[in-house]
Ligand binder design. Structure first.
Ligand SMILES: Cc1cc2nc3c(=O)[nH]c(=O)nc-3n(C[C@H](O)[C@H](O)[C@H](O)COP(=O)(O)OP(=O)(O)OC[C@H]3O[C@@H](n4cnc5c(N)ncnc54)[C@H](O)[C@@H]3O)c2cc1C
Length: 311
C-alpha cells in the first residue's frame, strides 16, 4: 500500500465522506502524552457499523490509515501522519445477565476499557478488576493484550469481531488472537486486522469485594506510577527483568530533554511536562535503549506504537 494519499484518493475521500472528513486534523489532543502533529485527514466512527464501512472503503481504495483509540499507547511524530486517521468512538455495550449462563459483556471496540470494567464491577461481575485505571479503548487493549497485576486480555476475551483485509468480518476466538505478553496477531501484523467489537467473559461476584480489589489496584498505581501526560510503560519488560529497573540502574531516572523526562518515580514512564516535542521523547527512547544495551546487553523493545516518520 502507498504511504501517501494521492490527489485522486483525496477526491474520492471528499466525495464519499463530505462534511464528515476533517482535513489537517490536530492529533495531540487525542493522545494521552499530548504530543504529535497533524493527520492529513480524520474520520470519526461513532459505531462499529461505520467503522467497518470506513475501513472497507479505505482498504478498497488503498488509502493508508491508522486507527486511533484512546491514544494512550502511541507516540505521534511532530510532523504528524500523511495518512488518514479514524478516531474510534464506537461505544455500544451490553451485558448478558442471564442467570442460567456465566455473565459476559459485549462492547464495541471504541468503548473505554476502564469504564467497562467499572460498569461490570457495579453489576457485581468479577474478572476485570485488573483493568482498573488502564486508559484507552477495548480495541486498543485487545491489540496490545493489555494487562496488569498478573492478568491480561487473554484471561477475559471470549470472542472478537475482527475485520480482515480482503476477507471481511470474522469471529475470532481467544486462541486465534495469538496473545503473548503485550502482543497479539493484530500487533505483529499491524494494519491487516481491525477489531470491531468483542465479548468478554466475567464471573458472578460480590460488588463490595470487586470494588475493594479495584480500589486497591488503583492505589497501587497512584503509589508506583507518575501522574501527568505519558504513554504508560514505554518498553516491554525483558524476560525475567523490568525495563524500569534497567533504565534506573543505567542512571537515567529523571533524565530530561526539553520538556520530556524519564520519570523520577518509575523509569519506564516518560512524561511530557507541557511543552515537550515528540522528538524529545524519541531521543529519550534512543538514549535508554543505547545505555541499557551498553550496560546489560539487553535491547529494550518498545511497548508503544510509533505513528508517523522518525529519524
Ligand atoms: C497512565 C497510563 C497507564 C497505563 N497502564 C497500562 C497497564 O497497566 N497495562 C497495559 O497493558 N497498558 C497500560 N497503558 C497503555 C495503554 O493504556 C494500553 O495499551 C491501552 O490498551 C491502549 O488502548 P488505546 O485505545 O489508547 O490504544 P491507542 O493508543 O489508541 O492505539 C494503540 C495501537 O492499537 C491500535 N488499535 C486501537 N484500536 C484498534 C482496533 N479497534 N483495532 C485494531 N487496532 C487498534 C492502534 O492503531 C495502535 O496501533 C497505560 C497507559 C497510560 C497512559
Amino acid at each position: 500500500m502507498n504511504n501517501l494519499i494521492s490527489d485522486l484518493q483525496k477526491e474520492k475521500l471528499i466525495n464519499t465522506f463530505g462534511e464528515y472528513l476533517i482535513e489537517n486534523a490536530p492529533l495531540a489532543k487525542f493522545s494521552s502524552a499530548r504530543l504529535g502533529g497533524y493527520a492529513d485527514f480524520m474520520l470519526t466512527a461513532h459505531s462499529a457499523f461505520y467503522l467497518e464501512k470506513m475501513v472497507t472503503f479505505l482498504w478498497e481504495e488503498e488509502i493508508p490509515f491508522h486507527i486511533l483509540g484512546g491514544g494512550s499507547n502511541i507516540l505521534i511524530s511532530d510532523a504528524g501522519v500523511r495518512q488518514l486517521v479514524i478516531l474510534n468512538k464506537a461505544k455500544k455495550l451490553a451485558f448478558n445477565e442471564d442467570d442460567q449462563e456465566l455473565p459476559t459483556v459485549w462492547a464495541e471496540s471504541g468503548t473505554n476499557f476502564g469504564s467497562l470494567a467499572r460498569q461490570a464491577a457495579q453489576k457485581g461481575f468479577s474478572g476485570l478488576e485488573w483493568a482498573a485505571g488502564i486508559p484507552g479503548t477495548l480495541g486498543g487493549a485487545i491489540f496490545g493484550n493489555a494487562g496488569a497485576h498478573g492478568k491480561d486480555m487473554s484471561n477475559n476475551l471470549k470472542l472478537a469481531e475482527v475485520l480482515q483485509l480482503e476477507e471481511g468480518r470474522k469471529l475470532w476466538s481467544v486462541n486465534q488472537m495469538g496473545f503473548t505478553y503485550r502482543n497479539s496477531t493484530l500487533k505483529t501484523e499491524s494494519g491487516k486486522y481491525i477489531v470491531l467489537s468483542a465479548t468478554l467473559n466475567l464471573e458472578p461476584g460480590k460488588p463490595e469485594e470487586i470494588q475493594e480489589k479495584m480500589e486497591e489496584y488503583l492505589q497501587f498505581r497512584r503509589r508506583t506510577q507518575p501522574p501527568g501526560a505519558s504513554m504508560g510503560s514505554m518498553f516491554k519488560n525483558p524476560a525475567g527483568d523490568h525495563a524500569g529497573r534497567l533504565i534506573e540502574v543505567a542512571g537515567l531516572k529523571g533524565s530530561r530533554i526539553g520538556d520530556a523526562q524519564i520519570s523520577e518515580l518509575h523509569a519506564n514512564f516518560f512524561i511530557n511536562h507541557g511543552e515537550a516535542k515528540a522528538q524529545d521523547v524519541y531521543q529519550l527512547i534512543q538514549l535508554a535503549q543505547e545505555k541499557v544495551k551498553d550496560q546489560f546487553d539487553v535491547l529494550l523493545e518498545l511497548e508503544i506504537q510509533l505513528f508517523g516518520d522518525w529519524k
